[in-house]
Design a protein around this ligand. Structure first.
Ligand SMILES: [Zn+2]
Length: 462
């Protein structure tokens, strides 16, 4: 039998390399060789000579190569409702927006997903996630719409099937018309896993189970969701400890704080990650560390809603896996993840002084830390031979960065760096700052049309 042909190789040379491996290996001038969908080698100096099958050679002088960024929390549909309830806290903001969100349909979610994904991918995201929990009756296949959008743009994707079943009449925050029944939510979640989940090493799509929050979900749905996820071998995600109001809600309704409540419903574990975790006691942090529960830290969203500052330095010291999240763009209108590296560093230094977080910790949060909380640290999140070729070349020799000698400091502290090349599984998704898999202008136009249609329908209904 003939040998199968060697996969195409891409050679990237003459750039600084921050591998974000376990010991933080960096090269002032190094190389990365990509073979097919995998990283073949990473090291100092030029790539090995006489490699066969090289189809592309990139002289990356003036650039920094890092792992692709991993987003760990988002709500794509909110792309259509940015800039509203601008001065509200979480609960008032939610109550203002639920009636509009309850009018979304498949075409809207598709356009919103394309906008959300394009914005992130253009800024160096190679693994995206989404937490979709609004499913109006008769709205079409909303999860399918965002999966289609991610496939077209070519990003690795961890969408979660969210849910809400605790409406106002059951003591919850969302209006009754915005929630599903417990049974319907569980059935649809199981169906989403069976239809879409791919557990393979190079998977482009992993489904998670994600009831929305303690104040919008019944105890039964939390318990049954955890059981379902474990039966199917998929991960669990929700919002936790985001605001003081949520903490008070849990104490009043359940007689305990959010972390204890989650633990009582089977919701702490190394297969769980939670968004925000702002209001955490020492005992809460210990519980996360003891169980391996991960955190999606969303500094801009927390600041936009005035929710507070998560205790990220304490979480990291305790050994809790922490990644970064954009969160929905109704509470973080920028929709970018690469700017969250800088925002995280600044927020924690304001709260904890100059030693609270350094530039390399910030880069780790946005890459390896994210891969850890999504359960994909063996596959992506660092530049190491044998891992998936998810990587970004940041241009650091231009006006915004050329006088900052340390490339990681330039990336984190400087202006948002242009992306010269971004690869997902070895496949280019960004070249010279532009998406190559979709038309950004068309996405912007279509998203605006769908945002206006949603606003019109909501106004007519209201
Ligand atoms: Zn969120």
């Amino acid at each position: 039998m003939a040998e199968p042909p060697a996969p195409a190789r891409t050679v990237i040379e003459n750039c600084a390399v921050a591998t974000v491996d376990a010991t933080g290996t960096e090269h002032a001038s190094g190389h990365v060789v990509v073979s097919g969908h995998l990283i073949e080698s990473v090291g100092p100096g030029p790539a090995p000579a006489h490699l066969a099958g090289v189809t592309r050679r990139v002289d990356a002088t003036g650039h920094l190569a890092t792992p692709g960024l991993v987003n760990t929390h988002h709500h794509f549909y909110q792309w259509l409702t940015r800039g509203l309830a601008r001065d509200s806290n979480l609960f008032d903001w939610l109550v203002a927006l639920y009636p509009t969100w309850a009018r979304i349909d498949e075409a809207m979610v598709y356009a919103a997903a394309r906008g959300s994904l394009a914005m992130m991918v253009r800024g160096g995201v190679t693994t995206a996630m989404d937490h979709h929990y609004v499913f109006p009756r008769g709205a079409g296949d909303l999860l399918g719409a965002e999966i289609r959008a991610a496939r077209e743009i070519g990003v690795r994707f961890s969408p979660t099937r969210g849910s809400m079943d605790r409406g106002e009449s059951a003591g919850g925050l969302p209006p009754d018309f915005a929630v599903e029944t417990t049974e319907a939510a569980l059935l649809a979640t199981e169906e989403a896993i069976d239809t879409h989940h791919d557990p393979s090493f190079a998977s482009m799509l992993r489904i998670g189970v994600a009831p929305c929050s303690p104040f919008s979900v019944s105890t039964e749905l939390l318990r049954e969701s955890a059981a379902l996820a474990r039966r199917k071998g998929v991960r669990l995600h929700t919002h936790g400890s985001e605001t003081v109001e949520e903490e008070n809600f849990c104490k009043e309704l359940f007689g305990m704080g959010p972390t204890d409540y989650f633990e009582s419903t089977g919701w702490l574990g190394d297969d769980v990650w939670m968004a925000h975790c702002v209001h955490m006691s020492d005992a809460d942090i210990d519980a996360f560390a003891r169980t391996g529960t991960g955190v999606a830290h969303c500094p801009s969203s927390n600041a936009r809603l005035g929710a507070g500052t998560a205790r990220v330095p304490a979480l990291l010291s305790a050994g809790v896996p922490v990644g970064l999240g954009v969160d929905g763009t109704a509470s973080n209108e920028s929709g970018e993840l690469h700017t969250e590296l800088r925002n995280a560093l600044l927020v924690h230094r304001l709260a904890g002084g100059p030693g609270a977080l350094d530039v390399r910790q910030a880069l780790r949060l946005g890459t390896y830390g994210g891969a850890q909380v999504l359960g994909r640290a063996a596959e992506t999140g660092s530049l190491e031979a044998g891992k998936l070729a998810d990587l970004v070349l940041w241009k650091l020799d231009g006006l915004g960065h050329s006088t900052i000698a340390d490339p990681v400091a330039a990336l984190v502290l400087g202006a948002p760096a242009p992306v010269t090349l971004s690869l997902v599984g070895g496949r280019p998704v960004v070249e010279n700052g532009r998406l190559v898999t979709a038309d950004e202008d068309a996405i912007a136009r279509e998203a605006r049309a769908e945002a206006r249609r949603l606003a019109r329908i909501a106004a007519d209904a209201g």
